[in-house]
Design a protein. Structure first.
Length: 256
């Protein structure tokens, strides 16, 4: 989970994830009022005790003054539902979070953290399939697109960075906050889930991060698909394999 920023584009599989860059917003080097804390909106479900508990645990761990946290309470018809209708998403999630963003200053927020929120997909009435809740929240103001792509985006958003892992070709990195400060940038957000199989596991992730942030060590287990990399092309499933292979190469260099 560390050192990632995720932005998305709209597609039937959830506005496909198409840019993975940056630094994780909610686990910084210092948990006491770091600069990104004020740029984070923490969303929780008011009628879900589990969501409230995870939100409270996270706020206590990150903020020296919990009252300074930007929190946004929403109420769901069924807090345990995994899939929402398009109408329920708009009424119960999109509109309330828009109101929260307006309240704290929508341009002031870079990151949205979903505290143990169960719905993960939207079932669209256009029969396009299931779309990811997180992805729609990233483009909550519909600035990237007002339409749902079917089946894939017709154009990349402005923060998308094309890479070629096999050829070791990468464009210069632009931090998300730098991108957002540019005149022609989109008002999009990096959306994250504070989640797990149980609330205790979700809270445990926060505890482990706070305990090891400045002294993390150990072995990395990176599991590729299969085969000799010389016979794997940087396309299809091979894209993921090349991502993992290059991660191994860079980790080995840092460890040497």
């Amino acid at each position: 989970m560390m050192n990632l920023e995720v932005l998305v584009s709209r597609s039937p599989v959830g506005r496909i994830l198409i840019a993975i860059l940056g630094s994780l917003p909610f686990l910084p080097l210092s948990f006491a009022d770091d600069p990104l804390a004020a740029k984070t909106l923490i969303v929780y479900v008011t009628n879900s005790p589990d969501s409230v508990a995870v939100k409270d645990h996270y706020v206590q761990a990150r903020y020296s003054q919990p009252s300074s946290a930007n929190v946004c309470g929403i109420t769901l018809l069924d807090p345990n539902a995994g899939v929402l209708s398009e109408m329920d998403f708009g009424n119960s999630i999109k509109t309330p979070i828009r109101n929260c963003l307006n309240g704290v200053g929508k341009a002031n927020i870079l990151y949205i953290v979903l505290a143990y929120i169960r719905p993960y997909a939207i079932n669209l009435t256009q029969a396009l399939g299931y779309y990811a809740v997180d992805s729609y929240l990233s483009d909550i103001w519909d600035q990237y697109s007002t339409l749902n792509f079917n089946p894939v985006p017709t154009a990349a958003h402005r923060y998308y960075a094309d890479v070629q892992n096999q050829g070791n070709l990468y464009v210069p990195f632009v931090p998300f906050d730098t991108f957002r400060s540019q005149p022609r940038s989109l008002l999009v957000y990096s959306v994250w889930r504070l989640d797990g199989a149980t609330p205790a596991i979700a809270m445990g992730l926060v505890d482990k991060a706070t305990q090891n942030m400045n002294s993390a060590s150990g072995a990395a287990c990176i599991d590729r698909n299969r085969g000799d990399m010389n016979s794997v092309g940087d396309a299809g499933y091979g894209i993921g394999d090349w991502d993992l292979h290059q991660a191994v190469e860079r980790a080995a260099k840092r460890a040497s």
